[in-house]
Design a binder for this molecule. Structure first.
Ligand code: NAD
Length: 308
């Protein structure tokens, strides 16, 4: 059986490669990133493979139509909005993400962003490196209210850390009942209550038609003046033009984004040039531990499906 690996951080000779070859698979590595994986390039590549260990490349309906033998995607990650699942399902192709493997890594990175924006760390580091010594003033997390939109695997891990910091944690998740929320030591809130109350709002939901631009100009206008926004979920959940305006006008004190509507950050993005915004390059899950767990689980899913 032939397996294609497109996840950029996997390589020949690693544990995933060994797992697949030990299971009798013929493995080809060909990684892309969002800059050069055009549909035509990917479509030409996927022909003749039975399984794909997939990273963040876009597997559109057009690409999937060219995958003549494909039976399974093992997606090394949690979000699978880069794969047209409807097109895959129609052709009997299984899509297997790796849920839960990166919850701790993403939760910890959420705190890297929270602490960085609350204390202005990146700007201060840059100023010190340039020979200045500016005394920036920030705010404590302890005693502040953190509003989590989405209390799934990552949201719950963030809540655990936040409680350790002495934050009050409220969460909006329409699919969880009050007991499940309370079991996490968190208070349940409606979206409106959360936006109006939270000093820090952190997003932990999937991107779909219901959540696209959930945080738009209207939602931002109802946020507590001077609040902070952190997004480690998916860029499309936030209307970036509206966020940029709120940051420029100082209605929000700051924001930390690990994910963008278009990655990497386009040269003409409205998010450029804002000193109260920090952006990291979608590195939430990019730890040694998380990648090892994710690679193993995706490879095993491909092996299991191909073995029937
Ligand atoms: P999960 O499925 O465990 O949790 C998602 C939660 O959101 C669920 O509890 C669900 O009930 C809730 N939800 C759904 N719609 C909602 C809505 N409209 N409002 C509020 N809550 C809603 O998923 P997870 O593993 O916690 O992942 C969360 C997000 O993190 C996903 O978007 C995923 O793509 C993203 N992610 C980012 C990185 C990164 O590198 N930055 C890595 C992994 C995952």
């Amino acid at each position: 059986k032939r397996v294609l690996v497109t996840t950029a951080w996997l390589s020949p000779g690693d544990e995933v490669h060994r797992l697949l070859t030990d299971a009798g698979c013929d493995v080809v590595h060909s990684s892309f990133n969002d800059r050069d994986s055009s549909p035509a390039t990917l479509a030409a590549l996927v022909t003749g493979f039975d399984g794909i260990v997939a990273g963040t490349d876009r597997f559109s309906a057009e690409v999937i139509a060219a995958a003549d033998r494909l039976k399974v995607f093992g997606r090394t990650g949690v979000g699978y909005d880069n794969i047209d699942v409807a097109a895959a399902t129609e052709r009997g192709i299984a899509v297997c993400p790796t849920p839960g493997v990166n919850r701790q890594s993403v939760a910890e990175h959420t705190f890297a962003l929270l602490l960085s924006v609350a204390r202005g760390v990146p700007g201060n580091v840059t100023a010190v490196a340039a020979g200045d010594w500016p005394q920036v003033s920030g705010r404590e997390l302890s005693g502040a209210t953190l509003g989590l939109i989405g209390l799934g695997a990552i949201g719950k891990a963030v809540a655990r850390i936040a409680l350790g910091f002495g934050m009050r944690v409220i969460a909006h998740d329409p699919y969880l009942d009050a007991e499940a929320v309370a079991a996490s030591g968190v208070e349940r809130a409606s979206l409106d209550e959360l936006l109006a109350t939270a000093d820090f709002v952190s997003l932990h939901i999937f991107l779909d038609d219901a959540t696209r631009h959930l945080i738009d100009a209207e939602a931002i206008a109802t946020m507590k003046p001077g609040a902070y926004l952190v997004n480690t979920s998916r860029g499309g959940v936030v209307d970036e033009t509206a966020l940029a305006a709120a940051l420029r006008e100082g209605r929000l004190s700051g924001a930390g984004l690990d994910v963008l509507e278009t990655e990497p950050l386009p040269p003409d993005s409205p998010l450029r040039g804002l000193d109260n915004l920090i952006i990291t390059a979608h590195i939430g899950a990019a730890t040694v531990e998380s990648r090892a767990r994710s690679g193993r689980m995706a490879a095993q899913a491909v092996i299991d499906v191909l073995d029937g």
